[in-house]
Design a protein around this ligand. Sequence first.
Ligand code: GAL
Length: 355
Amino acid sequence: MKKILVALLALAMVFTLVSCNKSSSSKVLVGVSMPTQSLQRWNQDGSNMVSQLKSAGYDSILQYANNDVTTQVQQIENMITKGCKILVIAAIDGSSMTDVLATAAKNNVKVIAYDRLIMQTPNVDYYATFDNYKVGQLQGKYIVDQLKLDSASGPFNIEIFAGSPDDNNAKFFFNGAMDVLKPYISSGKLVIKSGQKDFNVVAITSWTSATAQSRMDNLITANYANGTKLDAILSPNDSIAIGIVASLQSHNYGTADKPYPILTGQDCDKPNVKAVLAGQQSMSIFKDTRKLASETVTMITAMEKAQTPETNDSKTYNNGVKVVPTELLTPVFVDKSNYKSILIDSGYYKLSDIQ
Ligand code: GAL
């Protein structure tokens, strides 16, 4: 009898251990921290990340911080407390993560900077983004091509906008575009009537459409109210372009004697693709957020297997403490001539999304 009891007890212990193992082999939890839902692209980034993590067998926590730095830091702290083993972060302010990522490191949590480089910390393991300098080059080149700057005599008037100073990407977009445009500015073929060309002067904090609209209002009032033609505007992304178009419309651009200037953008947000089709914006840059999510999940899977994720840039992205190994995806320009093949045929949008 005693032997049977001992055997049953041993069996019960084995069963308990196995079931504990089963519960301890629960899925790896990934924290996804996005800056805001007020810009369309981040909503797509968030949903792509959650669905692609799920397909790869991961659980996830997705949170948006409403463009508030303190909120984003608190959300990330909570993700660490809840047991996230990996953090995927699109930082509102790249330099605001130092302390919370020190906590992450103490808890052996890996960190991937998502689309925006996290600055001033050794505790970021990888960076997944698009080639941000190339984004700017494409925007600059589009202006050069549309104005035919290599053959036309000019001069042409241009105004410059840049993205948010707290976003490391903004300087890459700006430098990429200005490196293309500078020779034409130096030769006088491109004239910045306002004289405003320094990054800190032309930067739009938090990428806000309203701020861009008000700066455009001031530029028009001060430099173009007397019938001076405005030929081109460099806008680094679509939320800024939306504000610029609103200002142009309020100053009666879009008519025969005041046509819309060449206007660039980035992200192919739905309202902006509509604006491109309506002739109010000239182009945008397509960054397929499905591919960025897939690349990020590939990095996560490699790390989970204790392998080194593949990256294709180990030189460019110095975050002030170290060069972060980076995977750069390729951005492409979109305008009236190619939106169908790039946005519709690829399944990114349905035609009804942009009509
Ligand atoms: C950048 C991002 C761009 C742009 C901007 C505003 O960091 O790379 O796609 O949209 O933020 O969200």
